[in-house]
Design a protein. Structure first.
Ligand code: PLP
Length: 237
């Protein structure tokens, strides 16, 4: 069995190699350690091993961990966000990866104004058009951003997608398409829209994502091990 620090070292090595293969600087690539279903002690361990950015996908679970973990930590929300939970996370998370609809943008804008802050988000894109997946269709993204840049309070910092399940190479065209969209949007120079982060790649396909331009990779299992048991226990009581 590997411990967390060893797993992280292994992942960093693979990130370095993937960056090298595609002529990129590995320092530009940041790991978001996806800590859903992971106990605070193990998050603390990963923090001690040098990771600083952690991603959660359920607001309730995030709120139990947020106050107890000590250290230089940044939290991201990577999972789909219910509109009525926005006020519980605003000001606590640095980046929301999953903006996928107008109603959510409107609530983010409203809460940001109320707290005198700005909500920093990525727009989630359903590049592979799977019905089970959240996210805007690729052709909806630019009209959405044009609208969003007028409502205020929401700062867009990039795009996010989830690759298709299964054979990692199947994700390559999906990642490539998101990167092309990312570049097209950057050229538009819309107000409140900066194409800084390209969030794609998980344990199964992060090396391919990096080869295709990802600079945020969301890795859970690769760092903390399989979460299946805990997840099943929680999902099915
Ligand atoms: C769980 C999750 C991940 C991490 O998945 P792993 O396969 O465990 O690396 C990444 N992104 C999102 C949105 C997730 O929900």
């Amino acid at each position: 069995m590997f411990d967390i620090a060893e797993r992280i070292a292994l992942i960093r090595e693979k990130i370095d190699q993937a960056a090298e293969r595609s002529g990129r600087d590995p320092k530009q690539i940041k790991i978001v350690a996806v800590s859903k279903f992971v106990d605070p002690e193990r998050i603390q361990e990963a923090l001690g091993a040098g990771l600083t950015t952690f991603g959660e996908n359920r607001v309730q679970e995030f709120l139990t961990k947020y106050p107890v973990i000590k250290g230089p930590i940044q939290w991201h929300m990577v999972g789909s966000l219910q509109t009525n939970k926005v006020k519980q996370v605003i000001g606590k998370v640095q980046l929301i990866h999953s903006l996928d609809r107008r109603s959510l943008a409107e609530e983010l804008s409203r809460q940001a104004r109320l707290t005198g802050s700005e909500a920093t988000v990525l727009v989630q894109v359903n590049v592979s058009r799977e019905i089970s997946k959240k996210g805007l269709a690729p052709e909806e993204v630019i009209p959405f951003l044009k609208w969003l840049s007028t409502i205020g309070g929401v700062e867009v910092k990039g795009l996010m997608t989830i690759g298709p399940l299964g054979e990692p190479e199947k994700a390559r065209p999906v990642f490539r398409q998101l990167r092309e969209l990312f570049e097209r949007i950057a050229d538009l120079e819309l107000p409140m829209v900066e194409m800084k982060y390209l969030s794609m790649g998980m344990t199964n396909d992060y090396e391919i994502a990096i080869e295709e331009g990802a600079n945020l990779v969301r890795i859970g299992t690769g760092i903390f091990g399989r979460r299946e048991t805990a997840q099943r226990r929680r999902d099915h009581g």
